[in-house]
Design a protein around this ligand. Structure first.
Ligand code: K2U
Ligand code: ZN
Length: 174
């Protein structure tokens, strides 16, 4: 297992729509393990493969740290939404936008079909933080990011803050 580097906005790799997973093999299992380890170390409640530079349609979620619930790692591979119901707004963070929190509208409840790490298809109905996380992570598979849900003014403010952070990081490296 390994903790991978999480890409930060405006890294262009975050904008590439991811490709379907076709091989359910040991390499995929190792990738899921790395994603889970990276997510728990961040810490976060979700992580999508494009965030570690892997352009594949899969993400992991564990809402335990935020919901004060028992830890339960969920893996979603080649996910498809079957149903969106209602609307809810939530102040979201994103591991690719460190220090940024913005209010985003999402469906209150979703029904999703996906494959597990063995390639078995399952369906899940979710609400609460799990539903929000599923929608947030699925955005990453489409190359859609937190800023894309914001007003032009908020988007400009976030872009400026992230560019300032990127130049400060570059200066620190020297
Ligand atoms: O994809 C990511 O960047 C991981 C996000 C997922 C997420 C965003 C908003 C709402 C739910 C999930 C990170 O987990 S953001 C960090 C975080 C930590 C605790 C609770 C919520 C978000
Ligand atoms: Zn994110």
């Amino acid at each position: 297992m390994a903790i991978r580097t999480i890409l930060h906005y405006p890294d262009k790799r975050l904008r590439i729509p991811a490709k379907p997973v076709e091989r359910f093999d040991d390499e995929l299992r190792a990738l899921v393990e790395d994603m889970a380890e990276t997510m728990y170390a961040a810490p976060g409640v979700g992580l999508a493969a494009p965030q570690i530079g892997v352009s594949l349609r899969l993400f992991v979620i564990d809402v335990a740290i935020a919901d004060d619930a028992p830890s339960e790692l969920r893996t979603f591979i080649n996910p498809e939404f079957i149903e969106h119901v209602g609307t809810v707004c939530y102040e979201e963070g994103c591991l690719s936008f460190p220090g940024i929190h913005e209010t985003v509208d999402r469906a209150e409840r979703v029904r999703v079909r996906a494959q597990d790490v063995n390639g078995e298809t399952f369906e899940l109905e979710a609400d609460g933080l799990l539903a929000i996380a599923i929608q947030h992570e699925n955005d990453h598979l489409e190359g859609k990011l937190l800023v894309d849900h914001l007003s032009l003014l908020r988007r400009r403010l976030v872009h400026r803050a992230m560019m300032k952070r990127a130049s400060a990081d570059a200066e620190a490296v020297g």
